[in-house]
Design a protein. Structure first.
Lengths: 411, 259
């Protein structure tokens, strides 16, 4: 690890040296993924960025293979997915990996976001890093929605109908916008065609934003569980092999759970009714999105007014863009925020409640619960967060990461 | 460390709750033991072959199985000659060498012949609504095999209905009442009964037996690669477990100088 502190790496392989002299990709990899000084006190929550990246690659690879065998035509789509499941060699594996992969990609990203919330990873100087992350989340939601339409099952069709209809809430031009989105006067073949094109496009935009996310990350380096900046080499370790091995272990455990679902319960996370071909004349009893969109669906339905619901739903994500400025506390990590740390958990429970409500028809208690939970969601960000930062007395911060790590060991 | 574990569990609970929530208040299904359940599950070939006989002699009068080809039956243990023979029992439309419309005996590569030429014809012959295709029916119903089993054994004759049931669901004398069908009034009359299908292998043909067999067959039709999936899954997970142990060891070794 001699080159850890600035000296440019020397390559013994002459081909590598030749290329690197003209296009320094090897120096880049060396600097950013080998010697990159990384806080030595990460816990396993710090695995989920790497895990999410692997899931993104997995989704793109399986998705491209699926696209080679899929027919984006409303007459053929459903049967072509079944043909993949039955007749394409290992088609069932690609399809189940992709389908279950979407859920696990979201799971990894949600845990990654929770990590950011709890340890204050969004605070200066990482505001743009966080904002790029929210952009990735939005792109993922759009991609997941578009992809869910492609098998052209009942829930695909009716999900597409409900979500595209949201745009009709826009005053004056709403209906024209919806017709424009559909490419006709109902969700039909043109809609499926364009959704397929966009579903193929968006993941590559996600890759581009992920690249920016990583570039921004490598400017100031990762945050860490203590939320204090490394003060010198004694606080950091080189990224490789320390965190490549730790990420590798965490990733493997994650993949074991993922494989458990892919191979033994591939349809457990899905809606059975999506194995019925789309039928514009028959509405399913309940139209619900996949689990990862349920909290936002609950916020949408909690507002009695259509436009209001749409604004609240988009607002619930838009609010994350300004989170770095809503949080007035100067301390990053909840480890040292005795009051706020409990409210992070309350927020998690609040989002769980919203998800639970989103899975049920908006009747009786579910209406009241989802309204209260929606109000609390916005209350957390708009009221609690700015005020708590002012009145909370944070615990004293340790002088350095190394100091805190050593003290912990002494106990 | 304890804090991180607690918060990890909470985050995982977020995943669990959302999906567990999607259960409606329907009558409890008659849960059965199925040969294909669980990570080591396989299809009971004999039962599935009997189930095919039930489908062929009873269900196929109204229900198509459009995603399956006759050749797929070889997976159930039938040999090539048997499959050829079964296919040849059906006449399918084709175009002859001179371009004229012809009918010819089906080949193993042909899809199962549907009982009606198109959906409109199927609807017209069945009181306005086409009977559903059965290719993925086990995956397309919540409860899967237990639902189809319960449905096929869940008919209650009009005479045995309670007055309040008749009133609540507005049941008429010639309606079919099914305990498990949403709304209870189902267009399909009870398709199976004791002794309906005479099994070629001599198995006793009770209602329960026929229903279990046809569900086994339809489960295979819905998920023909299940056995391959289970086998692959066990290998993949064993590999990943071994790999996890290995990489954990390496990780400990690498971090040893930091602890």
């Amino acid at each position: 690890m001699a080159s850890q502190h600035g000296a440019p790496p020397v390559f013994n392989n002459r081909v590598v040296a030749w290329i690197d002299h003209r296009l320094p990709i090897f120096s880049y990899i060396e600097k950013e993924y080998h010697t990159f000084p990384t806080p030595k006190n990460f816990n396993y929550f710090w695995n989920f960025g790497a895990i999410a990246t692997v899931m993104l690659v997995l989704m793109i690879v399986t998705g491209i293979v699926l696209a080679m065998n899929y027919q984006p035509n409303s007459e053929l789509a459903f049967a072509s997915v079944e043909r993949i499941m039955r007749d394409v060699p290992s088609g069932w594996l690609m399809r189940y990996m992709h389908m279950t992969g979407a859920s696990f990609f979201f799971a990894a990203v949600y845990i990654h976001i929770f990590r950011g919330l709890y340890y204050g990873s969004y605070k200066a100087p990482r505001e743009l890093l966080w904002i790029l992350g929210v952009v990735i989340l939005l792109l993922m939601m759009a991609t997941a929605f578009l992809g869910y339409v492609l098998p052209w099952g009942q829930m695909s069709f009716w999900g597409a109908t409900v979500i595209t209809n949201l745009f009709s809430a826009i005053p004056v031009v709403g209906d024209s916008v919806v017709t424009w989105l559909w490419g006709g006067f109902a969700v039909d073949n043109p809609t499926l065609n364009r959704f397929f094109a966009l579903h193929y496009l968006l993941p590559f935009i996600i890759v581009a934003v992920v690249a920016l996310h990583v570039v921004a990350l490598h400017v100031h380096g990762s945050n860490n569980p203590l939320g204090i900046d490394p003060k010198g080499p004694q606080d950091t370790v080189p990224f490789h092999p320390y965190y490549t091995m730790k990420d590798g272990f965490g990733l493997t455990i994650f993949l074991i759970i993922y494989a458990g679902f892919v191979f033994f319960a591939p349809n457990w996370l899905g809606e059975p009714v999506n194995y019925v071909q789309a039928n514009p004349l028959v509405t399913p009893n309940e139209i619900v999105p996949e689990w990862y969109l349920l909290p936002f669906y609950a916020i949408l339905r909690s507002i009695p007014d259509k436009l209001g619901g749409v604004i609240a739903m988009f607002g619930s994500i838009a609010i994350l863009f300004v989170l770095p400025w809503l949080d007035t506390s100067r301390v990053r990590s909840c480890t040292f925020r005795p009051i706020y740390k409990w409210f992070v958990f309350v927020l998690v429970i609040d989002v769980l409640v919203l998800g639970y409500c989103g899975a049920h028809p908006p009747e009786g208690g579910f209406v009241i619960a989802s309204r209260l939970a929606t109000i609390y969601y916005f209350f957390h960000f708009l009221v609690l967060l700015p005020i708590l930062g002012k009145i909370e007395r944070p615990l004293p911060l340790p002088p350095s990461i190394a100091d805190a790590v050593l003290k912990k060991k002494a106990v | 460390m304890r804090r991180t574990i607690v918060s990890g569990v909470l985050a995982l609970a977020a995943l669990g709750l959302g999906t567990a929530a999607i259960a409606a208040d329907e009558p409890e299904l008659k849960e059965q033991h199925w040969h294909f359940k669980g990570p080591f599950g396989t299809y009971d070939r004999a039962a599935a072959q009997r189930g095919f006989q039930v489908y062929k002699e009873v269900c196929s009068a109204c229900h198509s199985l459009s995603l399956l080809s006759y050749r797929n039956l070889e997976q159930l243990g039938l040999n090539e000659a048997q499959v050829k023979g079964i296919a040849a029992e059906f006449q399918v439309a084709d175009i002859g060498d001179d371009g004229s419309a012809i009918e010819r005996p089906a080949r193993p590569s042909d899809r199962f012949k549907a009982p009606f030429p198109n959906e409109l014809a199927a609807a017209a012959a069945n009181g306005g609504k086409a009977p559903p295709d059965l290719s993925v029916i086990i995956k397309a119903r919540s409860g899967g095999p237990d639902y189809v089993y319960s449905l096929l054994t869940g008919y209650v004759p009009y005479e045995q209905l309670k007055p309040e049931q008749i009133k609540e669901f507005n049941v008429q004398k010639d309606d079919n009442f099914n305990l498990y069908f949403p709304g209870h009034r189902i267009a399909m009359p009870p398709p199976l009964a004791d002794g309906k299908v005479n099994y070629v292998d001599g198995t006793k043909n009770t209602l329960d037996q026929q229903v279990r067999d046809v569900v086994e067959f339809l489960a295979w039709a819905s998920e023909p690669h299940l056995e391959d999936r289970n086998r692959t899954g066990i290998r993949v997970i064993l590999f990943l477990l071994a790999f996890a142990g290995l990489i954990y060891g390496v990780k400990r070794q690498v971090w040893a100088d930091q602890h």
